[in-house]
Design a protein around this ligand. Structure first.
Ligand code: UTP
Length: 408
């Protein structure tokens, strides 16, 4: 695309400011910028003019979960089936580590944050230890795929190499990089982070499977005869990873997917709730729930919409391949986005200043015919590190870890 064509295209979309520095760029940087502009999905930018919701939601109904008591009464069977699936190499793990941790305000990858009190204890270390627990119980190594973004890939890899993968054999660890999307300010203008560089951010954790395929890893999964994939976030330091009980329960009940859930601590807790939407499993965000849904109770007094998700899912690989043909909804998310000001200064905002576009793994659930809500005990398995202070912060996670006997 030459300069004229570029100009016309950007004029059409009201984004001519992207050429402000163009004429002074090196030939190489010009090519790079043009390549980025050519890749822009213009329909994304229009979302912000049409509100946050791309699609109207359907009809919600409660979805019964598998309770702790039910799990307990079948635990031998579930453990047997789960551990067998792991030992026969049918299960892989995917660690979502491409996020930017803007709420926590960390400089590099969130996994590199040290949450120790008297010694170094890194988030990645706790995650690897959790996976090691399962590997030891199953007496086998589980293939681990780590999704990073172009922004944190190098740092993540060198950090993990430096720490010898916290005892996990590196032959069982594969990295891949997720896709990026442009960000805009509140007026819908695309932001730049350097004269020849759009401000690009990771496209949300929903891109984990499509990015895996782009990285040519599907053949790898097939080669290893993987049937199930456990996907989980980097920031819940207490979660059990590739949990044999969870896998066994999903297999025993013939479900195609599963989600670890916790019972809501109160009706208004700000968590996504696993339910049915038009007869299919779905996760309704807390802000999408009506007061009636929030407070609806069963005869025994329990909440009807009782189970919040904790970003630990199990998917059957063949079904993941089936749903690839569907597009996931786009979420327009307010974030702090570093940008180049009109006078060419690099600004790192302290408050949100624009929107990013994200696909979310929770939307994949709705593309499955069923999903098992598998209840776990909150204080045993849910210690997310999202914020710098207050709820779901380093200090709340530390308290929970100490309660569980961790030496921090
Ligand atoms: P969050 O939704 O908490 O996002 O990610 P985040 O980027 O880590 O933090 P904030 O919202 O900017 O404060 C939940 C999980 O999904 C991963 C994160 O690394 C985390 O494990 N994630 C998120 C990705 O892998 N890619 C993304 O684009 C976004």
């Amino acid at each position: 695309m030459n300069r004229n064509e570029l100009s016309l295209l950007l004029k059409e979309h009201n984004q001519e400011h992207l050429l402000s520095y163009y004429d002074n760029l090196s030939q190489d940087d010009k090519y790079k910028l043009v390549a980025q502009i050519e890749k822009i999905d213009w329909k994304l930018i229009n979302f912000i003019h049409h509100g946050n919701q791309q699609q109207k939601s359907g009809l919600y109904a409660p979805l019964e979960g598998m309770s702790i008591e039910q799990i307990e009464s079948n635990k031998n069977l579930y453990y047997y089936l789960g551990i067998k699936a792991i030992q026969t190499g049918k299960v892989a793990a995917v660690l979502l580590a491409g996020g930017q941790g803007t709420r926590l305000g960390c400089e590099g990858p969130k996994g590199m944050v040290n949450i120790g009190l008297t010694k170094e204890v890194f988030i990645f270390q706790l995650i690897f230890n959790n996976l090691l627990d399962t590997a030891k119980a199953a007496d086998t190594w589980i293939p681990l795929y780590i999704m990073t973004s172009i922004k944190n890939n190098e740092q993540t890899i060198s950090f993990l190499k430096e720490h010898d993968f916290f005892g996990y054999p590196k032959e069982f660890v594969t990295f891949y990089i997720q896709d990026m999307t442009p960000s805009v300010d509140y007026g819908g203008k695309l932001l730049m982070e350097a004269p020849g560089q759009l401000s690009l951010s990771p496209n949300g954790n929903g891109g984990w499977f499509s990015s895996m395929i782009k990285a040519d890893l599907l053949s790898d999964l097939h080669y290893h005869k993987i049937e199930w994939i456990n996907v989980f976030s980097v920031d819940n330091v207490l979660q059990k990873i590739v949990d044999p009980y969870f896998i066994g329960a999903t297999i025993a009940t013939n479900y195609l997917s599963g989600a670890k859930v916790v019972r809501k601590s109160n009706p208004n807790e700000r968590v996504g709730v696993l339910c049915l939407e038009d007869g299919k499993p779905s996760i309704v965000e807390y802000y999408e729930m009506t007061d009636e849904m929030i407070n609806e109770r069963k005869d025994n007094g329990e909440l009807n919409y009782a189970f919040g998700v904790i970003l630990n899912y199990l998917f059957r690989l063949d079904k993941l391949e089936d749903i690839l043909k569907y597009e996931l909804p786009i979420h327009v998310v307010e974030k702090k986005i570093p940008y180049l000001s009109v006078d060419g200064k690099y600004i790192e905002p302290t408050e949100p200043n624009g929107y990013k576009f994200e696909e979310l793994v929770l939307d994949m659930i709705h593309l499955f015919d069923n999903c098992l809500p598998f209840e776990v005990i909150r204080e045993n398995e849910f210690a997310p590190i999202k914020n710098a202070t207050g709820v779901d912060s380093i200090s709340t996670a530390q308290q929970l870890l100490i309660k569980h006997g961790y030496d921090l």
